[in-house]
Design a protein around this ligand. Structure first.
Ligand code: BGC
Length: 941
């Protein structure tokens, strides 16, 4: 009785506490940027986002509980870690600091946050992460394969068949838990009882296989059953042993087998029975191997699939494997690391239905998928046994309607299917290859295929969507569409240049110019964590970062280039800025320092790269402002600006990791470069110039015959963007930049390196109207010109196609994101969403409202704190600006004037606003915490 009474008193005492609890709630719990992942990171980082119905809400503290089972967690028993209340506003990058991590263990966790009034919120839902193998010795499985190289018989391409591997196993009892740890040298598809495990493509991904190899972990508890099970795997050559890049085109002595010649599987199946017993099944030489219908298999060159050679039943139990050989054991490299893939797998991200099916000639059909993309097709067809059906892929059509495939260069880029003659038809979906295309030409089919029998399978690294952008202007929407599709096609395991021709490499220049744009559209944190490792694995002995990463030697003269090599600094910097990720800095700091040392040594203590400073590389000076129009900005001048930019990013990153000494050293370096640059490359007026004569006839330089000039759009845009000029000089440079555009008929002359900062620099110097003119330009060279000519992705060249000139010869792609770097300006300036501290903890809302062509714009960006929204609407003389600010962040809203301002319908006085220096100008601002706000102001100033 007394006990009951006490209990009642105790319960009553709890009531006010329940009332006092805030509605602040932690959601979207992630570990290492992923939802419930398996990881092998030594100190996994946790993050969450907060929701609240209250404005100006923020976190003042958090508590994390980690337990070995969800039920313990429910009871509040954190047997692995109780962080206790931590006074902090951080909701991301929190390192697990509990009991030592163990391989295979599952960690269940939840979090609660204290709000601005110090009230605790409810516990979040339970999330988990699982540890992979913490030691290489956890791996007991061996690499197994079958050398089929002698069977490659093509004339132009040596493409052996794909190995098939199998093993039947008997499981003794009901299964409680089963995990498949799997990887391959090459590419693998793993099957259990005929079912593909997971929905990833191109596993285990591309790395410098001599240094590291990634593996995947799958929960296969449901796929296995008591009794007999069949394990099977198909391997391919992939990036490990297949053709890569333009090696064939440039007559490189090595064109394939860059890392090895024989693909090999390594799989470890760990089973825990309900009776507590454990069993592990490994790849070893008891597995059987054969080859079958995949006669040729290559990423660049496509697949040949002979359905008459299918090994029916090979992946099921009870198969007669008498004709199969024993799999061979393949030696591992002892120094090779084996780790869990830290990025996002390539997955099917969308499906497309054909827009049209046309007859080209007898047995030849042209399918228009309606959109240029990276992926494959799936087709259901009827044919006679032995019929060959060829699939050719192209991005564009010639004016006469014929498919254009010349730009694939040496990539065969086609698939061939040999039918087995099933009366009801058969379905063909290639594996281990992909194409960049909008059009498919089908040859050899006896009837016009039906649209509903064909599907486009869109493949991309599955980076979560993080942005939306829409306006009431169809052209701008089309441009954004083109950017998104191009990013999707090229964020493909690594940031590639293009998805179609014999290239598809992680070109560093393209990657660094586009990375910030990429962050606005997708959450690329995990993807980038992976690629930055590739980048650092590929650092050259002299400290430079390569032209492309991973960096197999595709051509002896491929070394490094200013504007490309700085990706080693710029790309990780962007990840730090966007996701408040300091680990990426710390992880690669020594390599970045080495690179900076290279630059310092290379500048011979002068802190400027004078004309011809990079004459030793091929092409001379590097790629410079690649694919620019007109006279060239000297590559060495650009190299100096990139040096300065790198130094300033290093300074900021050093500060972020608490290394003040390095921060001041890099600040000094930046100042020295700035002074030396101005001295060498500007005249008394501050106008940019160069000693063009030093380049002679320009031979050996990219477009060297066009001549060199310092007074260019690219030069000013980069100088303004990299803060190389003091404020009065910036104003002058802005004027020159504006002038150069206007006198050129509002057209740009910029290439890869000039285009990124171009519109940003115009906007920061008060020339937003000119930036908008460039956006809306329809004549060559411009984005509008591409769209006028039918583009639905971003082209490599401003003139990749013209109605008059057709297609230029040689290098040409219709799916290249570099010129899509205007996306950064669209979010930062058109929508006005700009971070001011890492991870968008504080940000600016300062839209540049268009004076014509657009009346409405709405953009959202998903940050590590949640969604930011910025939307403007013009009507009559009023602009309405609607914004949403995530919990735990603040926005500084910068308004173009103090006149007629309203907030949520009530007028604001000039005294409510604070003047702040933004972009060299004092501007009226209003600071807000989280919540939704509607501002209004008069557009008549
Ligand atoms: C690639 C690029 C790359 C360039 C180097 C091209 O072949 O497609 O986008 O950056 O070479 O200049």
């Amino acid at each position: 009785m007394l006990q009951k009474l006490l209990q009642a008193i105790f319960m009553a005492a709890l009531v006010p506490q329940v009332h006092a609890q805030t509605e602040l709630k932690a959601t979207y719990l992630r570990c290492e940027y992923k939802i419930n992942p398996t990881t092998d990171v030594a100190h996994p980082r946790l993050s969450w986002e907060l929701t609240s119905k209250i404005n100006n809400q923020y976190q003042t503290g958090y508590q994390l509980l980690v337990a070995s089972s969800p039920s313990l967690l429910q009871e509040g028993k954190a047997d692995l870690w109780d962080s206790q209340k931590v006074t902090s506003s951080a909701t991301s990058q929190i390192e697990y600091a509990g009991k030592p991590l163990e391989s295979r263990q599952i960690y269940y966790w939840r979090v609660r946050s204290w709000d601005k009034n110090g009230q605790a919120g409810a516990w979040s839902n339970i999330a988990k992460w699982e540890m992979g193998f913490l030691q290489k010795t956890d791996w007991k499985a061996r690499f197994i394969g079958l050398d089929l190289n002698h069977l490659g018989k093509g004339k132009d391409y040596h493409l052996p068949p794909a190995p098939f591997l199998r093993k039947e196993i008997t499981l003794k009892a009901p299964i409680k838990k089963a995990r498949l740890y799997v990887t391959a040298l090459g590419l693998y598809e793993f099957q259990i009882n005929g079912q593909k495990i997971g929905n990833d493509y191109f596993n285990p991904g591309w790395t410098d296989y001599d240094k590291r190899l990634y593996y995947q972990v799958y929960d296969v508890s449901k796929e296995l059953k008591t009794g007999k099970n069949a394990l099977g795997s198909i391997l391919s050559y992939g990036w490990y042993a297949g053709y890569l890049g333009y090696a064939l085109l440039v007559n490189n002595p090595v064109v394939k087998n860059f890392y090895g010649a024989v693909p090999a599987l390594k799989a470890q199946l760990e089973i825990e029975y309900t009776n507590g017993q454990k069993e592990t099944i490994l790849t070893d030489d008891t597995w059987k191997a054969n080859h079958g219908p995949i006669v040729e298999s290559d990423i660049l060159n496509g697949e040949v699939y002979d359905a008459t050679k299918e090994l029916t039943g090979w992946n099921k139990t009870g198969y007669n494997e008498a004709a199969w050989k024993n799999a061979s054991l393949i030696a591992d490299k002892s120094e090779r690391l084996i780790q869990i893939h830290p990025g996002d797998p390539v997955r099917e991200v969308a499906q497309l239905a054909p827009k049209s099916v046309k007859i080209v000639s007898q047995k030849k059909y042209l399918i228009d998928m309606g959109q240029n993309f990276a992926g494959i097709i799936s087709i259901h067809l009827k044919a006679n046994k032995g019929d060959s059906i060829l699939f050719k892929f192209g991005e564009m059509l010639y004016p006469d309607g014929k498919i254009m495939t010349e730009n694939l260069r040496k990539a065969r880029g086609s698939d061939l299917y040999i039918a087995k003659g099933t009366p009801n038809g058969e379905t063909y979906i290639p594996r281990f290859t992909y194409h960049g295309f909008q059009y498919v030409q089908i040859e050899g089919l006896g009837y016009t295929p039906k649209a509903q029998d064909i599907k486009g399978i869109v493949l991309s690294s599955a980076t979560p969507q993080a942005g939306t952008f829409e306006t009431d202007n169809a052209f701008v929407n089309q441009l954004y569409h083109n950017i998104i599709w191009t990013q999707q096609s090229n964020y493909f395991e690594i940031p590639t240049d293009c998805p179609q021709r014999d290239e598809r490499m992680g070109w560093t220049g393209d990657a660094q110019a586009y990375v910030k744009s990429a962050t606005f559209n997708n959450d690329i944190a995990a993807f980038a964590t992976k690629w930055v490792v590739d980048l650092n694995d590929a650092q050259r002995a002299d400290g430079t970062y390569p032209l492309y990463a991973p960096a197999p030697s595709l051509r002896a003269t491929d070394t490094y280039s200013p504007g490309w090599m700085e990706a080693g600094i710029i790309y990780p910097y962007q990840i730090f800025r966007s996701y408040r990720d300091t680990r990426i800095i710390k992880a690669h700091w020594p390599e970045m320092q080495r690179f900076m040392l290279f630059l310092e040594t290379k500048s011979k203590g002068e802190y400027v790269f004078k004309e011809t400073a990079f004459a030793e590389v091929n092409p001379k000076g590097g790629f410079g402002d690649w694919l620019s129009v007109g006279k060239k900005t000297p590559p060495d001048m650009l190299a100096t600006m990139y040096y300065a930019y790198s130094a300033s990013l290093m300074q900021e990153m050093a500060t972020a990791i608490g290394d003040q000494k390095e921060a001041s050293r890099f600040k000094e370096t930046f100042e020295k470069i700035k002074a030396a640059f101005l001295k060498h490359y500007t005249n008394a007026e501050g106008r940019f110039m160069c000693n063009a004569a030093a380049y002679g006839d320009g031979k050996g330089y990219v477009d060297g015959e066009k001549g060199f000039e310092g007074h260019t759009q690219t030069a000013y845009a980069n100088a303004i963007f990299t803060n190389l000029l003091d404020s009065t000089h910036t104003v002058k440079a802005g004027k020159w930049l504006n002038e150069l555009v206007v006198t050129n008929g509002n057209k740009l002359t910029t290439g890869f390196l000039g285009v990124r900062p171009m519109l940003l620099a115009l906007s920061t110097t008060g020339n937003s109207a000119t930036a908008y003119e460039l956006l809306f330009q329809k004549e060559y060279p411009s984005w509008g010109f591409e769209i006028e000519n039918g583009a639905n992705t971003i082209w490599e060249r401003w003139n990749s196609f013209t109605r008059e000139g057709g297609f230029p010869e040689g290098m040409n792609s219709f799916n290249h994101y570099a010129f899509g770097s205007i996306c950064e300006w669209m979010f930062e300036n058109m929508a006005g969403i700009k971070e001011t501290t890492p991870g968008f903890k504080n940000f600016l809302i300062q839209p540049e409202v268009a004076t014509k062509n657009i009346n409405y714009l709405k953009a959202t960006h998903h940050t590590i704190h949640g969604d930011i929204l910025s939307s403007w609407q013009k009507s009559n003389d009023t602009v309405t600006l609607t914004i949403e600010v995530p919990v735990n962040t603040t926005a500084t809203v910068c308004l173009p004037s103090t006149k007629g301002i309203t907030l949520n319908g009530k007028s604001l006085q000039a005294t409510d606003l604070k003047e702040e220096w933004i972009n060299n100008k004092k501007q009226p601002t209003f600071k807000v915490g989280s919540g939704k706000y509607i501002f209004g102001y008069s557009s008549k100033q």
